[in-house]
Design a protein around this ligand. Sequence first.
Ligand code: ATP
Length: 364
Amino acid sequence: MPPSPEPVRIAIDLGASSTRLGDACRPVPQKVLPATALSYHHGAQQAGSTLEPEAFEDILAEVSNLAGDFQSPRPALLISTPNAASASLRQDLAELALEKGVGSVALLPSAVAATIASGRSDSLVVDLGAGLTSVASVVRCELRKASLQEHPYAGNALDEQVLHALQHQVAWTCRVTGAHGGRDDDTTRKRQKLGGRLPFSALRLAQDLKETVCFCAHVPLASLPPDEPYRHTLPDGQVIEVTSFSRQVPETLLLGAPSLDAAAADPTPPFPGLPALVSEALVGHEPSTSTSEVLLVGGSSRFVNFRDRLQAALTASGITKVNVLPQRYASWLGLSVAASLGKPVVRYHTKAELEEFGKLRFTA
Ligand SMILES: Nc1ncnc2c1ncn2[C@@H]1O[C@H](COP(=O)(O)OP(=O)(O)OP(=O)(O)O)[C@@H](O)[C@H]1O
């Protein structure tokens, strides 16, 4: 009998801003889907959040496209997600994938994937994404849970800071509800000052501004004199002044920020700043490993001067070097490498296990 063919291995990197997926043999994702399973709001990444199976349908449809179909040989999935906050989310996706006909599933915390992408087996990973900032120690390709620090202050929160800074400068074009409370109506578009519910276009504009005009000052902002006003023209021709927020917004990653929803019934805690998170993580970090270096990943770490400022801020914690990976999607690359390494880095779970225990039992 001829040996059964190897299953196609598909890597899925579930992020808050997008889902990256593709054939795990390739070093870059074949598809980048806009965020679906993890919503824009960081609230969806709180521990214990669950999602309806429909939230994963477009992801599984893409897996089916990439693998040909779910029949023989059934694809093997390798899923990377933020480290702890969305544990129930990755469990849901893994179990649903097995029920839909995927052959086997493995999970890799994103800190482990980033470590593997850097060519190491140990590191202290600082990941600044869209929904989550996390610091985690990885030893011999395993996440040290005692070290894990996560906070929902990341790229999305910075977008909200930019919006807040713009609220007295910009009139937004947005859809308003029709006169009879019906659904949004193109004919009732009006210009209105920012307030109440934010139009998605406003958040998108804030994100673009953050990525293009915001940067870190080369030394702490408090030690610098006020800068000259700088004007920027928005796509609709409005002119705004950006100096009031362009350096302040990324600075909050280092200095910390108050709770964004302090008035809510269940507000998120204030963000203590990255140096404080790293100090906390170092308490659970094994001293035998590379304690003097940090691996910095995630889209929100890409501000000009940010790496150097972080390195300077971490010297008090004994960190002498902050390394960055040049790849845009470092954890996807790590998944791809892990897929080729196989065991012991990756442990695949099957439907038989799901049927026997009623739930998959992941260690990470
Ligand atoms: N050049 C840039 N400067 C600042 N921020 C950027 C830049 N490029 C991307 N970002 C921000 O990075 C974030 C996306 O990063 P990333 O892809 O690492 O997140 P994710 O993996 O989807 O999210 P999470 O890790 O929270 O699940 C977005 O908030 C985006 O605006």
